[in-house]
Ligand binder design. Structure first.
Ligand code: ADP
Length: 312
């Protein structure tokens, strides 16, 4: 219960604040009964859409289990002494923060900044983790769960850098009818996601589908290995992260790839440039303009695993 929560520091003070999202703040706290460190997302119920986000998160995560999903331990609501209602979601704590921090350390406050850069193999493993959980959500449940807001800040890393996808506040559950997925009555249209990561059809009022997540995953892969945000201002109106990566394949691939990637552990005779070219090709095939032309997550998992097995 909420009463069982004791803050790891002094009450919910800023010293235990670890992040703030679209609908509220995230705190690090301690569950004294289990002596377990948790992350508590306290939703600002005044914010428009907060209730919907809370319900989407609970609905999406209540029956699913996967090693690469952030574990929602419990959800609770309470009223403070002034009569304000608030709701909180309590998750397993991820000690290595978000992937975003690791990809763009220069933008992170010094105390939260990771001490080193991710290697090529670690990035590949994270991409496989994220692809595996999307494949599970899209296909291996009796319904399909579409995340709708995949981006590096929603990929959290545990002690050994295993990736856990989080933030299901925009997620939608689709029902499977005759091989096609449809929105059920609990869901509604109007999902936007995040600029740069949201599939182009969402901006045009197109249908929510698993293919939308595939697009966001493709962008995430291109960002992970190029070190460039999709919203980077050097990309003009008609020049995107996709065209930037495409224009470099295969000759200038090392130039485009994040210069800070550590290439340790590659098998002799298996150059990093070749590995990166193959990874970028998977990312680009996930970012096809037409939703039906994109790879399925199951195919992306297979291809990324095969690259890892060949090169490391
Ligand atoms: P947003 O709405 O911005 O996508 P969230 O509200 O889900 O993000 O989380 C904001 C930030 O809080 C994350 O980027 C991350 O740094 C931190 N955070 C969220 N959940 C956890 C967790 N379970 N463990 C550790 N840090 C977390």
């Amino acid at each position: 219960s909420y009463g069982d929560l004791r803050n790891a520091t002094d009450g919910f003070s800023s010293s235990s604040l670890i992040g703030s999202g679209s609908f509220g703040a995230v705190f690090k706290a301690l569950l004294p009964a289990q002596n377990k460190v948790v992350a508590v997302k306290v939703l600002n119920m005044q914010r428009r859409g907060a209730m919907k986000s809370f319900m989407a998160e609970c609905e999406s995560l209540k029956d699913v289990r996967h090693r690469n999903l952030v574990k929602l331990l419990t959800a609770c609501s309470s009223i403070d002494y002034q009569g304000n209602q608030f709701r909180a979601l309590i998750y397993e704590f991820m000690p290595n923060g978000s992937l975003d921090m690791w990809l763009h350390p220069e933008e992170v406050e010094e105390i939260h900044r990771p001490s080193r850069n991710l290697t090529l193999l670690e990035r590949l493993r994270i991409a496989i983790d994220v692809a595996s959980v999307l494949d599970y959500l899209h296909v291996h449940c009796h319904e399909a769960i579409v995340h709708c807001d995949l981006k590096p800040s929603n990929v959290l890393l545990d002690n050994d850098l295993t990736a856990h996808v989080s933030d299901f506040g925009l997620a939608r559950i689709l029902l499977k009818l005759d091989q096609e997925y449809f929105l059920n009555q609990l869901s509604s249209a109007g999902v936007r996601g995040t600029i740069g990561y949201a599939a182009p059809e969402y901006g045009l009022g197109g249908q929510i589908s698993t293919h939308g997540d595939v697009y966001s995953f493709g962008i995430l892969v291109l960002e992970m290995f190029s070190g460039k945000r999709p919203t980077n201002e050097v990309f003009g109106e008609n020049f995107t992260l996709c065209s930037y990566v495409k224009s470099a394949l295969p000759e200038r691939v090392l130039e485009v790839a994040d210069e800070f990637i550590l290439h340790s552990g590659l098998r002799i005779g298996f150059p990093a440039a070749k590995c990166l070219t193959l990874v970028f090709e998977v990312g680009l095939r996930c970012c096809e303009e037409s939703p039906m032309s994109r790879l399925a997550m199951s195919e992306a998992v297979k291809e990324l695993i095969s690259i890892r097995e060949s090169f490391f």
